[in-house]
Design a protein around this ligand. Structure first.
Ligand code: B12
Ligand code: SF4
Length: 565
């Protein structure tokens, strides 16, 4: 077994596969089902869902449910010229079937640390079913200390994988990065109904870079791609991003983009160049971005609005936490301001920071919830291998032994000895944060509508036609589907949370004033149906219903002549 450390794009000398670009490659994510407890490390509380897993999980039928593809392997597939299959969200049987149906020279398995046991099992399966294949393991699982002794793989790749795979296939690892067409959310579901998937109806994911130079001590993405001061940029300029987005617009029919970059707004020059091109091209695009508060503060709010930023995911750690990304920022005031400009805010707060104690944690949670974000993610402070925090905790002897990797996902219990909070209490406080946010602020769907209405009122007469067009497009739903959803929410909460019900009623009233008969008609006709489907969904969830992503199998450079079945 040989281990090669890929230091971002400065590759160490390493071997090239003897077949070079003729090698047949299978790239796969770990097998499901995911939302169940099993011996391979699936956990019912750790489903393959972004919102329901870590953001809206306490919101019952109002929880936003959707899946996202495994973008890392999609990026690698798009950027190699070898014949390559991507198998995403397979079952064990799907994986076995694919290994038997085709001869693969290379099997690449992508995983994060939590799914370590699945990687081990998949390596075992490859050895059994396709013994001639070289096994390459990549993604965050590669940061697991001693992984080379725990799984039977030939190469474990830390950091950026496109350049590694290109090099291994004898291709130019520094060549330009081709961006795959990625439909962002899959099988979206809320209030008990699956949303229709029409072309252009879902955002396209764009991945400008991996990593983040801010280097917060707990952050695995930052650490994995180089740590403080470093990251790997796939696209340096706004011009490049503009071209990729135009391509996605044409091929997927989208006008909304999910920008998967840990700190998109930090790169101001690139963002402003993109804005310039959008203005020239008259693009009324919308985009969801991740950004730290200090990066957001580099822009005037109008600049963000003109750039199409309609959703920001931002860390809202306690002011006592001393993270530089928050320095000099009143995050509550910033959140309010963004929402007043129609920008939906998704806050992210860590529970169990060093200064948290059983005495202050409730106040800290109340403070976070007091931001009144549209969505709020809570995660446990979790030292993860590869991060400075993990190193520090290990040196202090505070890492707990014997905790299964499958349980280290930030939604269960501490994996380290906290100075003041016990493991069991960590889970209780975390759950309380989700519950309290829902109780105090109501369902995220309602909060989003509030923000959209504010944005519409502020920008409907804005001089830049692109901005008006975007708000008009987004707000078409406020008049119809969202009006019905609010009717349902208002009635749903009448008996269980009178205060929230009243607030929703007030918002409905304002939307009615703004949009007149259409919104009232939509509310009265479709509202009762949505109330019924939401209650039905609550019953299903209470009975243990879970959701799994569909399996994808996609081939590229797969000349029919090469096909074997
Ligand atoms: C989208 C996403 C998800 C999706 C899952 C998508 C999927 N199909 O797996 C959802 C929302 C469901 C999710 C869930 C979770 N996630 Co998540 N997620 C992300 C996110 C935001 C983006 C991942 C991504 O596509 N990045 C862009 C691509 C290009 O980067 P990449 O995947 O790292 O791939 C590159 C390299 O790693 C490498 N590579 C990847 N695969 C392979 C394979 C081979 C063979 C090779 C050679 C190289 C290679 O090359 C790629 C290109 O450079 C990241 C954060 C981030 N910014 O990356 C977190 C992240 C991956 N998730 C994380 C975590 C902890 C989780 C959860 C456990 C959290 C939770 N409690 O909610 C759950 C686990 C669910 C489960 N049952 O598995 C952590 C992983 C930490 C770790 N060290 O393992 C991350 C890093 C976030 C963080 N900073 O904490 N997640
Ligand atoms: S700002 Fe966010 S993405 Fe960047 S290092 Fe800190 S936590 Fe990670």
């Amino acid at each position: 077994m040989s281990l090669y450390v890929c230091k971002q794009r400065n590759l160490l000398t390493m071997e090239v596969h003897p077949k070079g670009s003729r090698a047949r490659v299978l790239l796969t994510s770990v097998f499901g089902p995911y939302a169940q407890d099993d011996e391979f490390g699936s956990r019912a509380i750790n489903p393959m869902e972004l919102y329901h897993n870590q953001v809206t999980r306490a919101q019952g039928g109002f929880s936003l449910r959707m899946f996202h593809r495994s973008w890392g392997i999609m990026m690698i597939q798009q950027n190699i010229s070898a014949p390559c299959t991507v198998l995403d969200f397979p079952t064990r049987d799907d994986f076995a079937r694919e290994l038997k149906a085709n001869t693969y020279d290379i099997v690449g398995i992508s995983s994060i640390i939590v799914n370590f046991a699945k990687v081990r099992e998949m390596c075992r399966m490859v050895r059994e079913l396709s013994p001639a294949s070289v096994i390459v393991v990549g993604g965050h699982v590669a940061a697991t200390p001693g992984l080379e002794h725990m799984i039977d793989a030939d190469h474990i790749v830390r950091g950026e994988g496109i350049s590694w795979m290109r090099h291994y296939l004898g291709e130019d690892e520094h060549g330009p990065i081709r961006h795959p067409e990625i439909v962002s959310g899959i099988n979206t579901r809320i209030m008990g109904i699956r949303l229709p998937e029409k072309k252009g109806g879902t955002a396209a994911t764009i991945i400008p870079s991996v990593g983040c130079p801010m280097g917060c001590n707990f952050c695995t993405t930052s650490a994995f791609f180089g740590g403080k001061g470093k990251f790997v940029n796939f696209y340096e300029t706004g011009d490049e991003l503009f071209d990729i987005m135009c391509h996605a617009e044409a091929s997927l029919g989208v006008q909304t983009f999910f920008i998967m970059d840990e700190n998109f707004l930090l790169h101001r020059e690139r963002a402003l160049q993109l804005l310039q091109r959008m203005k020239e091209g008259k693009k009324a695009w919308a985009m969801s971005v991740f950004a730290s508060a200090n990066a957001i503060r580099k822009y005037k709010v109008e600049e963000l609005v003109e750039l199409g930023v309609s959703w920001i995911w931002m860390g809202l750690e306690s002011p006592r936490s001393n993270y530089s990304k928050l320095q000099g920022t009143d995050s509550r005031q910033l959140t309010r301001e963004l929402r007043e400009h129609g920008i939906r805010v998704q806050g992210s707060t860590i529970i169990g920071l060093e200064h948290h104690t059983p005495d202050n944690i409730r106040d800290e949670i109340e403070y976070a919830i007091g931001h009144q974000t549209d969505f709020h993610q809570f995660m446990l402070y979790t030292p993860v291998p590869g991060t400075p925090l993990h190193k520090e905790m290990s040196e202090q002897g505070r890492m707990l032994d014997g905790i299964d990797y499958a349980d280290i996902h930030g939604q269960d219990k501490f994996n380290f000895h906290h100075a003041a909070i016990s493991r069991d209490d960590s889970k209780r406080f975390l759950d309380w944060a989700f519950w309290r946010d829902f109780e105090r602020n109501g369902p995220s769907l309602y909060r989003m509508c509030q923000t959209m209405l504010q944005g519409w009122r502020r920008y409907r007469d804005y001089p830049d036609l692109r901005v008006r067009e975007r708000f008009e497009r987004e707000n078409a739903k406020l008049r119809t589907a969202y009006s019905a959803a609010l009717w349902a929410a208002e009635h749903y909460f009448r008996k269980v949370n009178r205060e929230v019900s009243e607030q929703i009623r007030q918002l409905r009233h304002e939307i009615g004033k703004e949009f007149g008969a259409v919104s009232r008609l939509a509310a009265n006709l479709a509202g009762p149906v949505l109330l019924w489907t939401t209650r039905r969904e609550d019953r299903r969830l209470a009975a243990g219903k879970t959701y799994e992503p569909p399996t994808f199998l996609e081939r590229r450079n797969w000349a029919p002549a090469l096909e074997e079945t």
